[in-house]
Design a protein around this ligand. Sequence first.
Ligand code: HPA
Ligand code: ZN
Length: 337
Amino acid sequence: MDRIQDFIRGIPKAELHMHIEGCIEPDLMFTLAKRNGVSLPWESPEALRDAYKFDNLQSFLNLYFEGCKVLVRKQDFYDVTYAYLVRAHADNVVRAELFIGPQTFIEKGVPLSDLIEGVLGAFRDAERTLGISTGLIISTHRHRSEADALTLLEQIMPWKEHIISIGMGGAEIPHPPSKFARFFAVCRARGFRTCIHAGEEGPSDYVRQAVEDLRVDRIDHGIACLSDAALVAELVKRRIPLTVCPVSNVKLGVVPSLDVHPLRDLLDAGVVVTINSDDPPYFGAYINENFLRCQATLWLEFEQVTALARNSITASFLDEDTRRALLSRLDAYCAEF
Ligand code: HPA
Ligand code: ZN
């Protein structure tokens, strides 16, 4: 067995870009559909797996929102979240900051309290049984209005202490970050850390707007920034992390193949770049598989793998003491390996 592959599997890492409603494994999706009397447009889990072929972000989102229909009750949110955390723990994820987008579910009549309490229940149990650290990011939809995002913000306030950040995802073009400048200003004024998907399918200017107009703490994806050298310099100078999802980018046709993925260029430029899985069953790769494929294709050395894992912990929204403890754990792992 290649030593660097073992090193990747075992290194403590944080996952900062993963959507709870995007991690329903096909078997679990069918179990939940049956439990809730929801009919799915696929005959079997295998047929669903066969449908995982995407032309672009929108074609993926169509399938993703279809799959969301099986999440109805508190127990469903618990089950999908807990299953992911077990799987992530096996990849030596020590910190998981997970997105969920409540607007999808609220509009179908799912009580927000069931959604949030289901997820938080799984967080609590996984923290206790697996020792994994967790954080919840509430994701808003950019294809909806700013007023909708502000409404959601009011609705989640009772759980403010349990929410580490507010994010934004969904169809990127033609919804520039600047459309939500007021929303993000309100989030910041209320003490939330913020992040936004930008520069996935959208242009580098969307990343610039996220930094300059929204003043977010992290950019999700962000790979389009490379076409703007001044913007890259700004990301480096201000140490604004990018949560990059390499296999997702290939599966959605954002980059033609992994061997031309800009991850290595971003790393070499000094950007605080991290590796993440986005929606692992849909793209066929959890976080270690993302690391392994990048290592094999982009010829990452121990030094780069360590930098990527270190960045993930540095870029997390953890309190300073816990962050330092996890970085020490990472250093101890590297020294021992
Ligand atoms: N981009 C935008 N929205 C999303 C994604 C993504 O990669 N995954 C889940 N929702
Ligand atoms: Zn995403």
